[in-house]
Design a protein around this ligand. Structure first.
Ligand code: ATP
Ligand code: MG
Length: 869
């Protein structure tokens, strides 16, 4: 079976068991402060498990793109070195939301593997949770008994909390789990060591393929467990591992999922895969990381210097570095593999296909930049070794802190530093390196640390309703609240039974406002959307929490934000008209002051194009297009209207559609009732964010008018300066021309003057070779002229001082005989410089100094006279 057939068989099987097939959520997560990337199939259903959101179907199945490179699940350092962990992989899953539980989950899993996939039963082992004294939990006998119906008891193993109790994070839904392991070793080996002894022992041929999680507890902030009201099933099977088993391979990389990439890499490197371990590891790393990076970019996460972007950058750099070191790629190469990846996966994942060019350009740009950094790092390394700096006693040891710097700044993994060190007969202080690493981890953990108490429920079971599309104020009650401590800030989060406040999401800033009762009011500083909840942030809690409150949104701010958001839609439409259909939204951020919009486009916009976009948007504003809003439209119908789904966004079956004339978008934001309310639109900047990606910042309404006013005032002021000229730019150009001509004249006059002074000085030198003088013109301008005097006056010692624009300066020139006699202008100028509160330097025959104290100049010259006798 091909991998595509295997994926389809899985989804078909669960569809036949009444599971709704849902698409993979984006791999890059927005709106969740605790997680950057999807690391398990359950992430997109977290809100349902938490009870924040109603289920849409009782059963679902999917193949989810996952990335395990940060946080609780981080497999990065394994990848390439072993044959069954990836950074990005697909997780096949089936889900029950308060519907079936352990019995059916076990029966389905077993039937799919042994009947549909026809994997031999005597290759399989399963585990159940063996209990944990500290948690006060016994063995999962339920699961054990259900497994007994399918598999002999000597194949059911008991596991510890580490392997058999699944938790999403420090808090939240969790429960015991059952893993299914498969033993793919040859029969002779099986005869020697029974598979059950190798389960969960990191043997690459006795591996876990599926984990069935029985969600039945909620982990509270104090660490205790409470039973969940509704019990859920969450399963995850590694798709690439299943393919390996089904295709009779011993490594995920030997399946059709990876072979096209591996073969292409081998061809480009002039190697054969499977011949040298180091090159094989490198090819696996590159093939794996290419997928991770390409899918992230397709989902809208570009490599960058911060957070999720930095994680992606590090993955790409790891690949480039392996390619550089072990495959001999000195030039960018990863980007050239993108077409192979797209050829193979683009069908299943259209986001790859449609953005192939963008992905390729961005990877190329990253590679070029990193190869330069790499060269810089290698130079740093060589300098370090040559300077013998790290020498500890007679040994040659690279300081751990330096190895960490290479790792952190230049992206050198420690094994590369070790390799380079050993090539020179050095070793690396690994303890010091590990210390640096641990400290960094501690720092980033500290920085991101958020401690949330458990929610206090005041209205259990109430689901929050957003009424902010139609209301800016409403009577509300507090449904739940909690105390949060983050980075030396403390505040409270409130959830209401219903709210007019818009929670920050979809790039639109959250509302601010007030919560009022007769006797007092509380400022709502911000509103956020977290795990499907609209959360209001306040500094202090109201005294009477169960009162009825009047919640009031800051109306002016909301209105200004709405103008910017609606204008963003109009501009998106205009950009596609002016630049072409390849323009796609890549990021949008809207608040009450401005809008910012990132989009794919491969060249700088010309002034003409920018004006054209502005004109079109302003025309749509003047047309006074009324808002046409559909709050819950089936997604297919919305697409028929012309709305475009954005890559990297997650949509339900029903979507909200916002339409102004020809502009149609999926959008949950708050908008103006009529485009006329936007008033005016101005683009204030256009620039590059990355290869193939542009950013526009623009303003609307009052801000746009103010902007135009400021420009107008500036022009009027200029006009005044030019005494009401008819053509301001011609007048300025003329002025610039005159200025250039004047400068040239001044320069030649200065030269003449300097020559004159030099001539006078020469005359004086004839009588006395030592000359200390204060003059009224800038000494620095005299440099060339007085240096020329040295030729005819080998005995000269000339010290000049001047004050220009309140700043004192000194200049010393010595003839060759004086230098030979031991006088040093550089040393002398430092001594004199002290008198003018300054410093300077130079050579033995010539030196200058500048200072801050003009009153000290005469003293400096007096000292000079003394020194020269
Ligand atoms: P392992 O112990 O092998 O790392 P895990 O316990 O981390 O697995 P789960 O978190 O239970 O795995 O994930 C469910 C399934 O996803 C696993 O059974 C496995 O088949 C697959 N899987 C997990 N991590 C990876 C990975 N890094 N690459 C590919 N598949 C993976
Ligand atoms: Mg793991």
């Amino acid at each position: 079976m091909t991998s595509n057939e295997i994926r389809k068989a899985f989804l078909d099987y669960f569809e036949s068991k009444q599971h709704h097939i849902v698409p993979s959520a984006p791999m890059v997560i927005k709106n969740d402060p605790t997680l950057m990337f999807t690391n398990a199939g359950m992430n997109q259903f977290k809100d349902i498990f938490l009870g924040n959101q109603q289920r849409q179907w009782p059963r679902a199945t999917d193949s989810q793109k996952c990335l395990r490179v940060s946080g609780k699940h981080n497999d990065l350092e394994e990848v390439g070195h072993d044959t069954y962990h990836h950074t990005m992989f697909e997780m096949l899953g089936n889900w029950s939301f308060g519907d079936y539980f352990k019995k059916e989950a076990i029966a389905y899993g077993w039937e799919f593997l042994t009947e549909v996939m026809k994997i031999r039963k005597d290759w399989l082992y399963v585990t159940v949770f063996g209990g944990d004294e500290k948690e006060g939990l016994g063995m999962d006998t339920e699961a054990y008994d259900f497994w007994k119906e399918h598999i002999s008891e000597d194949r059911i193993l008991r596991g510890s909390k580490k392997d058999n109790f699944w938790e999403m994070g420090d808090q939240g839904p969790c429960g015991p789990c059952s893993e299914i392991h498969v033993d793919i070793r040859p029969d002779e080996e099986k005869a020697k060591v029974p598979g059950r002894d190798l389960v969960n022992k990191d043997n690459p041929q006795v591996i876990e393929i599926w984990n069935l999680v029985f969600m039945q507890f909620n982990r509270k902030a104090d660490g205790s467990l409470e039973p969940l009201k509704a019990k859920h099933i969450d399963t995850g099977m590694g798709f690439e591992r299943l393919c390996m088993v089904m295709q009779g391979k011993r490594s995920n990389y030997d399946t059709d999922v990876f072979q096209p990439l591996i073969q292409e890499l081998a061809r480009k490197a002039g190697k054969v895969y499977g011949q040298e371990e180091e090159a094989d590891v490198a090819m696996r790393v590159c093939a794996d990381h290419l997928r991770a990076v390409s899918f992230s970019i397709a989902d809208g996460q570009l490599p960058s210097n911060v957070k999720a972007g930095y994680v992606i950058r590090r993955i790409l750099r790891r690949a480039v570095r392996y390619g550089y070191t072990f495959l001999g790629f000195n030039e960018p190469f990863m980007n050239t593999l993108v077409p192979t990846l797209v050829g193979q996966m683009g069908h299943q994942f259209p986001e790859l296909q449609k953005q192939q060019e963008l992905i390729q350009r961005i990877i190329l740009e990253e590679e070029q930049a990193f190869l330069r950094t790499l060269a810089g790092g290698i130079k740093r390394f060589n300098d370090y070794v040559e300077s013998g700096k790290g020498k500890v006693g007679s040994g040659k040891t690279i300081d751990g802190a330096f190895a960490f710097e290479l790792f952190d700044t230049y992206g050198f993994p420690i094994d590369l530093t070790q390799l380079m060190a050993s090539e020179k007969g050095w070793t690396v202080d690994m303890e010091g390196f590990q210390r640096g690493l641990a400290e960094q981890k501690e720092r980033s953990r500290g920085a991101a640390k958020v401690e949330s108490d458990d929610w206090v429920e005041l209205m259990p079971g109430v689901e929050e309703e957003f009424i902010g599309y139609d209301n800016l104020e409403a009577d509300v009650r507090i449904a739940r609240y909690r105390h949060v401590k983050a980075k030396d800030k403390e505040f409270y989060q409130l959830v209401f039974d219903r709210t007019p406040f818009y929670g920050e999401s979809g790039g639109q800033a959250g509302d601010t406002g007030e919560l009022r009762v007769e006797s007092g009011k509380w400022r709502i500083k911000n509103t956020k959307k977290e795990n499907g909840l609209i959360v209001h942030i306040v500094d202090t809690l109201p005294d009477e929490l169960t009162a009825s409150f009047h919640a009031v949104v800051d109306a002016d701010k909301r209105q200004a934000t709405a103008c910017n958001h609606s204008a963003t839609h109009l501009m998106h439409y205009a950009l596609r008209q002016v630049l072409g259909e390849h323009v796609e939204q890549k990021g949008s951020s809207v608040d009450s002051e401005r809008l910012r919009f990132d989009f794919s486009h491969f060249a700088k916009m010309s002034q003409e194009e920018i004006r054209d976009v502005e004109r079109r948007v302003n025309a749509m504003i003047r047309q006074c297009q009324p808002l046409e809003e559909h709050r819950a439209m089936p997604i297919a119908e919305a697409q028929k209207l012309g709305a475009m789904a954005l890559f990297g966004e997650k949509y339900g079956d029903k979507v909200r559609v916002v339409k102004y004339g020809p502009s149609v978008e999926f959008c949950g934001g708050t908008h103006v009732q009529n485009t006329g309310m936007i008033g005016s639109f101005r683009i204030v900047s256009e620039g590059a964010v990355a290869a193939g990606m542009r950013r526009i910042e623009a303003i609307t309404a009052q801000a746009a008018t103010d902007y135009a006013d400021r420009q107008q005032e500036m022009i009027m002021a200029l006009n005044d300066m030019f005494k009401g000229t008819k053509d301001l730019s011609a007048s300025i150009a003329k002025l610039q021309e005159e200025n250039t001509a004047l400068k040239a004249t001044v320069e030649s006059l200065q030269k003449e003057k300097a020559a004159g002074i030099a001539k006078a000085l020469a005359a004086k030198l004839e009588t006395s070779p030592t000359l200390v003088e204060r003059m009224d013109s800038d000494v620095n301008a005299l440099k060339d002229a007085v240096m020329a005097l040295r030729n005819d006056h080998p005995d000269m010692a000339l010290v000049l001082g001047s004050v220009k624009d309140g700043k004192p300066a000194l200049l010393i020139v010595l003839g060759q005989n004086r230098v030979d006699a031991g006088l040093n202008a550089g040393q002398m100028v430092r001594t004199l410089g002290k008198e003018i509160q300054g410093g300077g330097g130079g050579q033995p025959h010539f030196a200058t100094a500048g200072g801050k104290n003009p009153d000290g100049l005469d003293k400096a010259l007096a000292v000079a006279k003394e020194l020269l006798g």
